[in-house]
Design a protein around this ligand. Structure first.
Ligand code: UDP
Length: 455
């Protein structure tokens, strides 16, 4: 009998592609055939990043692509333009792909697993009478917030455009992070036009997600009990991590520089500050240099991911003579194998932008955090880390809006000088490991989920 065939279709951003790839790897382990559909633009990046790695075998995951509707040179950070193009072009291309699989391989697609933000893919599945799963790669709290939008409008907290009527704190449920109206996710992304587009996409996803037979989330009940209780239709199947992988990840947009693992091998246990800001964050020169000097000042080994596009000014990002002064004490790489780095015994703490994947990866390895949120849901995740789980510290900005080197150095010392952070982080690690093991809650839900997909 042929294997059940899944189409997995992520939203085209790094933080969405990686966790859906992790889920796809799990499904392959459980006897599914997975066709993973990136946009042409991202597919090229993934294939380039994979160039030096052993190619995935066909019985693992088939990587294919369809156009996102933009020309190769058009700016994909222009969210309005990207969303319009996606809605216009991708549904038809996905239908064509499914027809082609049927005609050329005689294979019927059993199920479409679409990122929750790709509501159009759920509509295609509905039209073609294929099983539908919405995959949510961020916190359950964020999806619960999206589900609460109509209520927030009804209560006069925000208007139909997502603009708060006044500044206030929002408590969606007890023991969920409290949110300031100005930190609502869509208000922390780009300019006003972009914010309104993001809000409209969330409103639209709020409708299309109702088409899904399952809504699965890369989180765990014990991490966010209040959010899962508030929105019980969201089912936790995470944390989905590399430990469930067959081989290397096939989702990175940049080639991983694995030499840093050898460098980590040379460092004492629990000594290294790991610094990484995910795939989007951009620094201005002043803040970048301040961070560089703070790491030097901390007088501890550090591993810092400096993406080729991390600076808005790429001329001379480091202070004069910096690399010579730091020497072998600090290592800068363009893109790290982050999950392996965080699992390394030499890591002491994670200075992070608090993207959800980075958050899960840090806590699954028992690593405490220094939080430097930049946009979207990262403020919410910071609040989970510092206020709810209490495994990290926040930074304070000065009156110029900069986090100064002294503040960074002090917080590093405060975090590493207090054993409680590490102890709490170890407990979270244990919880994260237990829930995905046989008998654990995420594991039980995952097993029911695959039974349903096979039925
Ligand atoms: N990542 C990586 N190497 C790096 C930096 C990041 O592999 O040097 C991965 C990280 O492990 C995570 C993803 O990129 O899985 C970033 O996702 P996250 O949600 O943390 O942030 P985003 O990029 O969406 O802001």
């Amino acid at each position: 009998m042929s294997k059940p065939h899944i189409i997995a279709i992520p939203y085209p951003a790094q933080g969405h592609v990686i966790p859906l790839m992790e889920l796809s790897q799990c499904l392959v382990n459980h006897g599914f055939k997975v066709t993973f559909v990136n946009t042409d633009f991202n597919h090229k990046r993934v294939m380039n990043a994979l160039a030096d790695e052993t190619p995935l075998r066909d019985d693992q995951i088939r990587l294919v692509s369809i156009p996102d509707g933009l020309e190769p040179w058009e700016d994909r950070n222009e969210l309005g333009q990207l969303c319009e193009a996606i809605f216009r072009v991708m549904p038809g291309k996905l239908e064509e792909l499914i027809e082609k699989i049927k005609e050329e391989e005689g294979d019927k697609v059993t199920c479409i697993i679409a990122d929750e933000s790709n509501g159009w893919a759920l509509q295609v599945a509905e039209k073609m009478q294929i099983k539908k799963v919405a995959f949510w790669p961020a916190s359950a709290a964020l999806l619960a917030l999206e589900f609460c939008i109509p209520k927030l409008i009804h209560q006069g907290i925000i208007d139909d455009d997502g603009t708060p009527l006044k500044s206030q704190m929002i408590d969606l449920a007890q023991n969920m992070p409290t949110m300031k109206t100005e930190d609502l996710t869509w208000l922390c992304i780009g300019d006003i036009t972009t914010q309104k587009i993001v809000f409209q996409v969330m409103l639209s996803s709020n409708k299309t997600v109702k088409l899904a037979d399952w809504v699965v989330c890369n989180s765990a009940f014990d991490l966010e009990p209040a959010a899962f209780t508030l929105a019980p239709e969201i089912l936790p199947i995470g944390p989905l991590l590399a430990s469930s992988r067959l081989g290397h990840s096939a989702g990175s947009f940049w080639a991983e520089d694995s030499t840093c693992l050898e460098w980590l091998d040379q460092q004492p246990p629990s000594s290294v500050i790991y610094v990484a800001f995910g795939s989007f964050t951009v620094f201005d020169q002043t803040q970048f240099q301040e961070l560089a000097l703070a790491l030097e000042l901390s007088n501890r080994p550090f591993l810092w991911v400096v993406r080729p596009d991390i600076n808005d000014n790429t001329c001379h990002p480091y202070p004069d003579g910096y690399q010579d002064r730091v020497g072998s004490k600090g290592l800068m790489v363009g893109w790290a194998p982050q999950q392996k780095v965080l699992a390394h015994p030499s890591i002491a703490c994670f200075l992070s932008h608090c993207g959800w994947n980075s958050t899960l990866e840090g806590l699954s390895n028992g690593v405490p955090f220094l939080c430097w949120p930049y946009f979207a849901d990262q403020f919410l995740n910071e609040s989970y880390i510092c206020d709810v789980w209490k495994v990290g510290l926040k930074f304070d900005k000065n009156e110029s809006g900069i986090i100064p080197r002294g503040e960074i150095k002090n917080k590093v010392e405060q975090l590493l000088g207090n054993e409680n952070f590490r102890a709490k982080a170890s407990k979270l690690k244990e919880m994260a490991m237990t829930t995905v093991k046989e008998g654990g809650q995420s594991n039980e839900i995952f097993k029911n989920f695959i039974e349903w997909m096979k039925s």
